[in-house]
Design a protein. Structure first.
Length: 379
């Protein structure tokens, strides 16, 4: 066994390990912000992949780090699991620092193996997608989360909606904590800056392009709008396969496409220029695009799937429409395009509410409570 039973300390003396082994996506800044805020409340060190896009931010954070090489592409993820010696060595390095609790901020293919090697140290798992999205890759990610959740001392979900989902997976209610999505912090700009073109309105679709994101519905809705007005542009920004949408893209005017991974330094201008952001998802858990839009006070139109209705209160912090409804989506977009005062109010309200619910100090306090529960026999 690599890890001995940790001694129980008081809250101020608790030593917490935050593990983030991802490469890309919002998980990096989310995990870093959590680790930074925890470090102001408890002794904290972090375990991070040198392949992470945000690795330089981790290095400059002032946190104690254990750095490890993971893998550089999805195709190498499975091969990396064959290096059990490497995983054991990483677990031993973590155990040497004698953490009282381990927080896995994002589940990773290595997580279940590290849990096994470090099983005598209580640990808290954050489950970001309690309900898997369609597709093999999403199914694999959900499988890692299911295995990790069953082994965890405590599970964190981002919405009360998914407590019952975790219970159906065999996780007792008393081992589940609800801690909301935090607001984004690391995009190298002043969020209050808006740089909208007065002559052109921009509708923004941002994020990885996969089937459940509903891009086809958005294109059909935008096609209706583009027939009536020429001053509106649709920005489709994100990596993913556009072939399923090629016919629609050929027939819809004023669509600007950035079909690649967008680095953090490039994110801000898309939101600063956006009149509104649209999330036409057909399924969802919750969305990191919403707190990102909130950072820049961009009004959001989203669908009534997953926990999106908890992130957006229709008419107060955005607008909600039924999934797969071209007409409802087009009507909602026209409403915000034609009523700029309403769009501005919704964006301001979203920013205010998300700043309150996504306050990182409060989130860190909630994680510490989860950690303390994990340390107790009844936790």
């Amino acid at each position: 066994m690599l890890a001995s039973q940790p001694c129980l300390r008081n809250a101020l003396g608790m030593r917490v390990a935050v593990i983030y082994l991802g490469r890309r996506g919002p998980g990096g800044p989310i995990s870093l912000e959590l680790a930074r805020r925890l470090s102001g409340k408890a002794e904290t060190f972090a375990v991070v992949s040198t392949q992470a896009d945000h690795y330089s931010l981790w290095q400059r954070s002032g946190l104690q780090l254990i750095s490890t090489s993971t893998f550089s592409s999805d195709s190498r993820a499975g091969l990396s699991l064959l290096s059990q010696g490497k995983l054991k060595s990483l677990a031993a390095s973590i155990a040497e620092k004698r953490p009282d609790v381990i927080v896995y901020a994002m589940v990773h293919p290595w997580t279940p193996f590290l849990q096994r090697f470090l099983r005598r140290i209580p640990h808290v798992i954050t489950v970001h997608d309690a309900e898997p999205h369609p597709g093999l890759k999403h199914f694999a990610s959900s499988l890692w989360e299911r295995i990790s959740a069953r082994r965890a001392s405590r599970c964190v979900v981002l919405s009360p909606k998914f407590v019952a989902t975790m219970e159906r997976r065999g996780i007792p209610r008393e081992r589940i904590d609800v801690i909301p999505h935090g607001i984004f912090s690391f995009y190298g700009t002043q969020p209050n800056e808006r740089k909208m073109d007065p002559t052109t309105k921009s509708i923004l679709f941002f994020g990885r392009i996969t089937a459940y994101k509903g891009l086809d519905v958005l294109l059909q809705a935008f096609q209706r709008i583009s027939r009536l007005r020429q001053d509106v542009r649709l920005d489709v920004v994100g990596a993913g396969d556009l072939k399923p949408y090629s016919r629609l893209l050929e027939s819809v005017p004023n669509v600007h496409i950035v079909n690649r991974w967008v680095d953090d330094a490039e994110v801000a201008p898309f939101f600063q220029q956006a009149t509104l952001a649209v999330l036409p998802y057909t399924t969802a858990s919750q969305s990191g695009v919403i707190p990102l839009a909130a950072t820049f006070r961009v009004p959001v139109i989203a669908t009534t799937v997953g926990a999106l209705p908890e992130q957006i209160q229709s008419g107060e912090t955005g607008l909600l429409v039924k999934p797969n409804s071209v007409d409802e989506l087009a009507d909602a977009m026209e409403t915000l395009l034609n009523r700029p005062e309403l769009a501005a109010r919704l964006g301001e309200n979203l920013s205010k509410v998300t700043s309150e619910t996504g306050d990182w100090d409060s989130i860190a306090d909630s994680y510490l409570e989860s950690c303390k529960k994990a340390l107790t026999p009844e936790g």
